[in-house]
Design a protein around this ligand. Structure first.
Ligand code: NAD
Length: 490
């Protein structure tokens, strides 16, 4: 049996006790691969390797331009192997192949962006207030970075972490989600092929509460960068406090999509579907809270329900499929329990709310796209991140009410506003307490612009310039050009 292995200090290794985990295709529950299952000791080995590689200086002290060149190579290899990577991502997550291909283009772009950025920050010369001195500020790598990623965008989320960390001169131990490790394993092969030195990038596989927890607890780790759920994020923040590690957290969202009556309604309608149901709603920035102006509410929502019923569920490899399955049986059950709560709370179920009955979908973890209307902000179905194809609809009459509803959340990841009135759009965008606001669009993100959450959606930013700054410490170097005694103590 071929076992996908972990990568520590330049060696591909199995787990100590030969334990493995089957990786399942969520479309049909077939075993698509078997992966080594690491443990606490494997995580420690990986951290040791990363620590030695960092302290040796071999990586952080080569020129940033050289580091950039190696990262450019990784981007080239991702493009070369795009089809294989996209197929692996669709097998592992069930998402459509078109989406996986687009992810791979984005991922190559992320590596390329940070490869280019590696040698662009030369520090800053400060005007020193002290005569006969010079003062400069430089950015240095933080050290050993533990990176923990989720299952919904397995390689995309990993790329947001790996590329800037390596570009800034850090060493890395990455743990992907135990249910979707395949593309991250493949990219580790590409990192090896690019010639990034041993110990600089290490991959460990396995469960969050053993392997992941050790990465967070380990005192040799300088920074933990985590993308995942809010509850895990809180655990990590508490554990990291023990050794005062730097942390970066990209957590969940419950993202409002505000539609004013003066919007281009055909576009808003089409994009509301995309916002809520793309990748079966398993997207941190899914537009899962539709907030619609009273005047157009009824017709907007009834048209939406008509279109929702036509969304074609199926095999991600079938080019006509519009949405794949949920990631796992447990996750679908979680979504179902939220739908039950929504009904109990008195929201009106307008569409979906059940598993599809077509025979060809019975082996997969499918759930029909769902709409709840008559929702209010005090409902759990409106406040909790369901992370599935479930949309709640609220109504408003004034701009201020729309803003107030949208901000009434513990989350603050992203949101959108639809209107042809740019004065109004800019006012709403300014008032929303979120890391990203889209005006007349939903979902665009790119390597050049920062991404992250306000409030309980996270701490720190990925992508853009802030995405590499997260992986640096700031140092002030002061030089006295005319040293002489000061005789304070005579
Ligand atoms: P999760 O929190 O269950 O798991 C994420 C990762 O953490 C996995 O690798 C898991 O093994 C690991 N983990 C679990 N317990 C751990 C522990 N005690 N210590 C260390 N690591 C541990 O999340 P998930 O279900 O994989 O992903 C879905 C969540 O991710 C959603 O809430 C979604 O909103 C969020 N997400 C956020 C963003 C963003 O950019 N803000 C992007 C993608 C996903």
């Amino acid at each position: 049996m071929y076992i996908r292995r972990m990568f520590i200090n330049g060696e591909w290794i199995k787990s100590h006790n030969d334990r493995t985990r089957d990786i399942i295709n969520p479309f049909n529950q077939e075993v698509i691969a078997t992966a080594a299952e690491g443990d606490k000791a494997t995580a420690q080995e990986a951290v040791n390797a990363a620590r030695i590689a960092f302290d040796s200086g071999d990586w952080r002290n080569i020129s940033a331009t050289e580091r950039g060149k190696l990262i450019f190579k990784v981007a080239d290899f991702i493009e070369r192997d795009k089809e294989e990577l996209a197929e692996l991502e669709t097998l592992d997550t069930g998402k459509t192949i078109a989406e996986s291909r687009a992810d791979m283009d984005d991922i190559a772009g992320v590596f390329r962006y940070y490869a280019g950025l590696a040698d662009k920050d030369g520090g800053e010369v400060i005007e020193s207030p002290i005569p006969n001195s010079s003062s400069k500020v430089v950015r240095e790598p933080i050290g050993v970075c533990a990176q923990i990623t989720p299952w919904n965008y397995p390689l995309l989320q990993a790329s947001w972490k790996i590329a800037p960390a390596l570009a800034a001169g850090n060493t890395v131990v990455l743990k992907p989600s135990e249910i979707t490790p395949l593309t991250t394993i493949k990219v580790t092969e590409l990192i090896e092929e690019a010639g990034i030195p041993n110990g600089v990038f290490n991959l460990v596989l396995g469960a969050g509460d053993t392997v992941g927890q050790e990465l967070v607890d380990n005192k040799m780790v300088d920074l933990v960068s985590f993308t995942g759920g809010i509850h895990t994020g809180k655990k990590i923040m508490k554990a990291a406090a023990d050794s005062m590690k730097n942390i970066a957290l990209e957590l969940g969202g419950k993202n409002p999509n505000i539609v004013f009556a003066d919007a281009d309604l055909e576009t808003a309608l089409d994009q509301a579907l995309n916002a809520a149901y793309f990748h079966a709603g398993q997207v941190c920035c899914a537009g899962s809270r539709l907030i619609v102006e009273d005047k157009i509410h009824d017709s907007f929502v009834s048209q939406l329900a008509e279109r929702v019923k036509k969304i074609k569920l199926g095999n991600g490899f079938d080019e006509t499929t519009q949405s794949g399955p949920m990631i796992s049986a447990e996750h679908r059950e979680k979504v179902e329990s939220f739908v039950a709560i929504g009904k109990q709370e008195g929201a009106t179920l307008l569409a979906g709310g059940e598993r599809p009955d077509s025979p060809e979908l019975q082996k997969g973890f499918f759930y029909r796209p769902t709409i709840f209307t008559d929702c209010t902000t005090d409902m759990e179905i409106v406040q909790e991140e369901v992370f599935g194809p479930v949309l709640t609809v609220e109504r408003f009459t004034t701009k201020d009410e729309a803003i107030q509803l949208a901000n009434d959340s513990i989350y603050g990841l992203a949101g959108a506003v639809w209107t042809e009135n740019m004065l109004k759009a800019n006012h709403v965008a300014a008032e929303l307490r979120m890391g990203t606001v889209w005006i007349n669009d939903f979902h665009p993100y790119f390597a050049q612009a920062p991404w992250g959450g306000y409030k309980q959606s996270g701490i720190g930013r990925e992508l853009g310039k802030p995405g590499i700054e997260e992986y640096t410490e700031v140092k002030h170097i002061f030089l006295n050009t005319k040293p002489e005694p000061i005789y304070w103590f005579k």
